[in-house]
Design a binder for this molecule. Structure first.
Ligand SMILES: [Ca+2]
Ligand SMILES: [Ca+2]
Length: 373
């Protein structure tokens, strides 16, 4: 099974020796840093086009080996010099395009001949991602789970004075499965009925904010959530797993859908209403909004989600790189993703909140994972 992966490609265009006065040869070193589990043979197809020229295409084969950064050189000859040259890079698996990015450059301006970008991960391409997602149904609680590929990411956020989310640091995670949806009222009730768990809140109280079985469970403490997870044979996500999964393969973005705050109503139930967000004083049925790149719903908003870790505002200064599990002890547990009453700053991927693990609020819910840790 091949999973989503991330290519980081640095692209540098250099104008080489001229073959004709108005033509140039272009060399493009493409650096790849595969960080996931997608190994195999691909082709990189580079196309250069412009309004005053046709399209020149060059395709080179490339073998991806996990953990090995490599540079693939592509040379394109006899490109007419001009402004607004569109360079398109595609990665092909057989005949299928599994990733692409375009960039416009000015070949008459030497200063524009060097640039770099991060290649968009495959997960951002919905039609590709959907064919590569590995989904399972967890037998005990019947929840759909999706495989989150192993990889590295930059955890935290230095943008906009996000004081609790710094320093930004590299984290590497093993693969794991995550519930695609928040645990619902119906699922939690089934857990209570089957296990005899002593849950100290009335279902009428739950229904005030989650008025139906397909709404997310609320009024669950960390202890309640952990009891459910243990019953189901799963566990709560670590804070690092939660943020990595919420990013959905996006690199350096603010929200699960990217950087544009104005799109929030398409992806999240939060304070107020508008667009797809029709829920004002309650949670929304799980999965009412668009999923992120990994196929996870409601990672922003609806209920804020309990994580496994104790909270420590300084933890990012000394977090292990590999599969961090949080401090050894603390007073609060981490909660992530913002609530149905939150403003958009709490919908941010890196936004960290924390709550006493024994308290139950109408804002807190959870989802589970299965994997190492
Ligand atoms: Ca709302
Ligand atoms: Ca949520």
């Amino acid at each position: 099974m091949k999973n989503l992966t991330i290519f980081l490609i640095l692209l540098l265009v250099m104008v080489g020796c001229q073959t004709q006065p108005d033509d140039v040869s272009i060399q493009i070193p493409i650096m790849m840093a595969p960080s996931s589990t997608l190994e195999g043979n691909y082709q990189i197809k580079v196309s250069i086009s412009g309004a005053d020229m046709g399209t020149i295409t060059e395709t080179v084969p490339v073998s991806v080996v996990i953990g090995q950064a490599q540079t693939q050189m592509v040379t394109i000859s006899a490109v007419p010099v001009g402004q607004n040259r569109k360079i398109k890079i595609q990665i092909l698996e057989g005949d299928q395009v599994v990733g692409q990015q375009t960039k416009t450059v000015d070949l008459q301006d030497q200063s524009s001949n060097s640039f770099s970008f991060q290649f968009k991960p495959f997960g951002q391409q919905e039609e590709v991602a959907s064919s590569k997602k590995k989904k399972i149904t967890w037998e005990k609680d019947g929840k759909e789970m999706v495989l989150i590929p192993a990889g590295s990411f930059e955890m935290g956020d230095h943008l906009d004075d996000m004081s609790k989310a710094v320093p930004v640091h590299t984290v590497t995670l093993d693969t794991f499965y995550m519930d695609t949806h928040e645990v619902t009222v119906g699922q939690f009730r089934e857990f209570v009925n089957q296990s005899g768990y002593s849950y100290g809140v009335t279902w009428n109280d739950v229904a005030k904010y989650s008025p139906g079985d397909d709404y997310p469970m609320v009024y669950v403490s960390w202890n309640d959530a952990t009891a459910y997870a243990e019953w189901a044979g799963k566990r709560l996500p670590t804070e690092a797993e939660w943020e990595y999964a919420a990013r959905g393969g996006l690199i350096g973005q603010r929200y699960p859908w990217g950087d544009d705050e104005k799109l929030a109503r398409d992806y999240a139930n939060y304070e107020g209403t508008g667009g797809k967000d029709k829920w004002d004083k309650t949670t929304a049925p799980v999965g009412s909004f668009e999923a992120n790149g990994y196929g996870l719903y409601d990672m922003a908003g609806n209920v804020v989600e309990w994580c496994q870790d104790w909270y420590d505002s300084d933890y990012y200064t000394n977090s292990p790189v590999s599969n961090p599990i949080g401090p050894d002890n603390g007073s609060w547990k981490v909660c992530r993703g913002g609530t149905w009453t939150a403003f958009t700053d709490h919908l941010r991927l890196a936004s960290r909140t924390f709550t006493d693990p024994i308290l139950r609020y109408g804002l807190n819910g959870f989802r589970c994972v299965s994997g190492s840790n």
